[in-house]
Ligand binder design. Structure first.
Ligand code: ADP
Ligand code: MG
Length: 827
């Protein structure tokens, strides 16, 4: 399955246009063509102002200009008619104009001042790449005609420049008459699509209430908004506010989402609806990825990012409206935000706070926010038939695939949505379905498979919203994200195995793990509701009715009550909130968990005995990472290996899929992977080796292919690394390299992860030193064959057993040396 994913990512760039939605595709194509034509005309005008053109060249140029004017005219007509404003390239960003100018700077400069012309051997500073390239071209042409160079140096030589320049111009596509029709047509289609989008907007339930809603927001500072998923809360309300003037005077609208994918996807949609480029007026901000600019007025962001923004701007002064969306999800960050924004509205009467939720149980929010009024958007939901299995299913993956195929063959048209717990399951189902379809291809109508999960490349995420081709059926394989965050139109059948990945935390052992767990009744009902949005639907639950009634909880426990709170406590402390027991929580966490978090931060040296933030703690809070990882980075100063530790931290944060294993080349892939495990000291050092080798290859994708490394993950790691390095500077840690001292690197990690130490047992299993839990080295680890007597691990994942992922060898004496307060008594 990894293989499939990688092929996909390699083909990505080429297929980018095809993968973009229909609208975007046309938009890009039209923009590009018009831009090409525009460039060409500029080329002519710059380069030929003093040159005599042949008749044919003049004709070409004239025609190009005519076509361009025609297209421009047409766009203007649409514009005057109040249609989508089509920006012509001359109105493009100043930035691209600068490029344009730079591009011809060398050629034109030659006219102004012949002595200024760059000559061989004469170095000029501030050369752009383009200039360098041009100089090279010039040099080439001189070489070519080099024999009588001497006489040409002053005046004649410039003719040569034009020789090469003319070639350059000619290689640009010439637009013919047919092209003009196509272009005009494309612009028309674009306008039509935009109209379609605007009509769609008007069909959303929230549209009917637009004026009432704006009035209510005007009147009340805090408003709870409740509406069925898909009623337009997330995509429309920020636009209404923008239109109503809430973004005037340089203020922004923030809209938080619990999930990265939702933030990106919704921002993309809204940018499209507003006819602007993503990242301009509408943008998004998620960890390690900021797609906003000076222009941004509507900012979608993860709840965690808004939480981080409090650090730099404790009153959120740049926002006029804060929308805490998907509040019913009750993520850890959302719950903390509740307490913080509630405080802000008290001393900032000019700010508006909207809490938006998909469940009807909104009284709780209203109670918390001092009896804020509830604004209900009446939903439309059709009848949904619920079907249960007769007996429990032993293997829900198999059952799900069977149900999809059965449904596809017997039920009338309508798309299918299957809920799974994560990427791995989604890939398994995708493969299995594809295989089944190959076997049955001739007997079955087409089935279009659309996966959606957090790590799916952005460009592929748009695909789930595209309607299936005529006669085909779409099956969306989604994580919990499709439960309420994303609405996919056209879903008529929902298949619900009844599970999701859920964080769980045991404050006694301090262990947090991501487990597959049964969903709540409320979740199951939300999922079922996804099938009844556009017409009557059906929901196939892959469990029994008895299970539903007796085994499922009514509601999902808020994340704050099942999480390790160290991170949150550190952030709150960094915000100056010391009294955590009296913090305004909607549902307070168990005091045991709070205590454990304080203990943990104390052990990491982030807090002193009085529970106050230390210098180490303040530095740690700057990094958008888990406290243990932040600590490893801060500790790298002492061990003089910050370069390496930052690289490893970036690799650990970039996603799990560093390596891949194509089915037909598993042995090669394993050998390649093993080669990074020099000295068998652990996975952390192997990650460092991978990064450094990739860097040495000049960040080459070819190198990635040869070594069975995911180039997408590497690019992301590089990105993350740049950001972490910038933060190093902010906390005043000098970047320095440990020059291959692997012990120093491992000690720095141990300084963060000493709690995750485990000791090998006779049977090859390990026992966690503190919790005494039985754990195993994950089979994908390079240490799985080595099994050193002592290890420190990055995280635990539970599948069939508790597995340690990213494992590194440790010397037991380091524990006492590095964390004496933690390890002195026992061991
Ligand atoms: P709510 O927040 O109330 O659940 P949304 O504003 O997310 O509703 O969705 C409103 C409509 O916009 C839905 O019909 C949905 O299909 C559509 N939509 C939302 N995001 C996208 C997207 N990325 N691509 C296409 N359509 C989208
Ligand atoms: Mg929404």
């Amino acid at each position: 399955t990894k293989h499939v994913q990688d092929r996909r990512s390699d083909a990505m760039d080429i297929a980018e246009l095809r993968n973009a939605s229909r609208f975007e595709y046309l938009q890009k194509r039209t923009d590009r063509k018009v831009k090409e034509m525009h460039d060409e005309i500029i080329d002519h005008e710059y380069l030929f102002q003093d040159v005599k053109l042949t008749d044919a060249e003049q004709r070409d140029h004239r025609r190009n200009k005519e076509i361009y004017e025609l297209v421009k005219d047409r766009a203007k007509k649409h514009d005057d008619a109040g249609d989508y404003y089509y920006r012509m390239p001359d109105a493009y960003d100043a930035a691209s104009n600068v490029d344009q100018e730079k591009r011809f700077a060398v050629a034109t400069r030659r006219y102004d001042d012949p002595d200024d012309a760059p000559r061989d051997g004469k170095k000029r500073s501030n050369f752009s790449e383009q200039e360098a390239w041009e100089e090279q071209q010039i040099r080439k042409s001189r070489l070519h005609f080099g024999s009588n160079d001497g006489g040409r140096a002053a005046g004649d030589g410039y003719g040569l420049v034009f020789d090469t320049a003319v070639d350059f111009v000619k290689s640009v596509v010439q637009a013919g008459d047919g092209e003009m029709d196509e272009l005009a047509e494309a612009i028309d289609t674009k306008v039509a699509l935009h109209r379609e989008l605007q009509d769609e907007r008007k069909n959303l339930p929230v549209y009917q209430l637009k004026d009432d809603l704006l009035k209510a927001i005007e009147e009340y500072q805090v408003l709870i908004i409740v509406g069925e998923t898909g009623s337009g809360k997330t995509t429309q309300i920020p636009q209404y506010l923008h239109e109503a003037g809430y973004t005037a005077k340089g203020k922004k609208i923030a809209c938080t989402q619990p999930r990265r994918v939702a933030a990106m996807s919704v921002a993309a949609r809204v940018a499209q609806e507003m006819g602007v480029k993503l990242g301009h007026e509408v943008g998004y901000s998620i960890r390690f990825e900021d797609c906003t600019s000076e222009k941004t007025v509507i900012k979608y962001m993860t709840d965690g990012m808004l939480l981080r923004e409090f650090l730099g701007e404790p009153d959120l002064a740049s926002y006029s409206v804060v929308i805490v969306d998907e509040a019913h999800e009750r993520t850890l960050s959302t719950d903390i935000l509740f307490g913080l924004v509630k405080d802000i509205v008290r001393f900032r009467p000019d700010v508006k706070l909207l809490i938006s939720s998909a469940t009807l149980n909104a009284e709780k929010f209203s109670d918390f926010f001092d009896e804020a009024p509830i604004f209900k958007i009446p939903g439309r939901r059709y009848k949904v038939d619920i079907l249960y299995t007769k007996a429990p299913e032993a293997n829900y993956i198999k059952a799900a695939v069977g149900t999809i195929l059965q449904l596809h063959l017997t039920e009338p048209a309508g798309d299918i949505l299957l809920f799974l717990t994560g990427q791995e399951e989604i890939e398994t189902v995708e493969e299995t379905l594809k295989e089944a379809m190959r076997g049955l291809a001739s007997k079955m109508p087409e089935l279009v498979i659309c996966p959606i999960y957090a790590n799916l490349p952005t460009e592929l995420q748009a695909k789930i919203f595209e309607p299936a081709p005529e006669g085909a059926r779409k099956v969306v394989l989604a994580t919990n994200i499709a439960e309420t965050s994303l609405t996919i139109d056209g879903i008529k059948y929902v298949i619900d195995p009844g599970f999701c990945k859920m964080k769980s935390y045991n404050p006694r052992t301090g262990m947090e793990s991501l487990l597959r767990a049964p969903i709540s009744k409320a979740s199951a009902d939300q999922r079922a509701g996804r099938s009844g949005r556009t017409g009557p639907g059906k929901c196939y639950r892959l469990f029994t009715e008895f299970n539903f009634r007796n085994d499922l909880d009514d509601d999902t426990v808020p994340e704050i009550q099942r999480s390790n709170l160290a991170n949150v406590v550190l952030r709150l402390k960094a915000l100056g909130i010391n009294d955590l027991v009296n913090f305004d929580f909607m549902d307070p966490p168990a005091s045991e968990s709070l205590l454990k978090a304080l203990e943990e931060l104390f052990a990491l040296g982030a807090l002193n005995r009085r529970g106050e933030l230390t210098k180490t703690g303040r530095r740690m809070a700057e990094f958008p990472l888990d406290p243990m990882l932040s600590k490893a980075i801060v500790a790298s100063e002492k061990y003089r290996c910050s370069e390496e530790v930052v690289t490893i931290a970036a690799m650990l944060s970039a996603g799990n899929a560093v390596f891949y294993r194509p089915k037909d080349k598993q042995v090669h892939a394993d050998t390649a992977k093993q080669a990074f495990h020099v000295g068998d000291v652990g996975d952390h050092v192997a990650l460092l080796n991978v990064y450094n080798a990739w860097k040495e290859s000049g960040y080459s994708p070819q190198w990635c292919r040869e070594n069975f490394v995911q180039s997408r993950t590497m690019k992301r790691a590089r990105d993350v690394r740049d950001q972490l390095e910038a933060l190093l500077e902010r906390v005043e840690i000098d970047p320095c390299s440990g020059a291959g001292d692997l012990t120093a690197i491992r000690k720095a990690f141990t300084a963060g992860y000493f709690r995750n130490a485990a000791r090998r047992q006779k049977d090859g299993s390990y026992r966690a030193v503190k919790s005494h839990q039985m754990v195993f080295v994950h089979p994908s680890s390079g240490m799985a064959q080595v099994l050193p007597p002592w290890v420190v691990y990055h995280e635990l994942v539970e599948t069939t057993k508790e597995y340690m992922r990213q494992v590194t060898e440790l010397k037991p004496e380091w524990l006492v040396e590095i964390a004496p307060h933690y390890y002195q008594h026992k061991d």
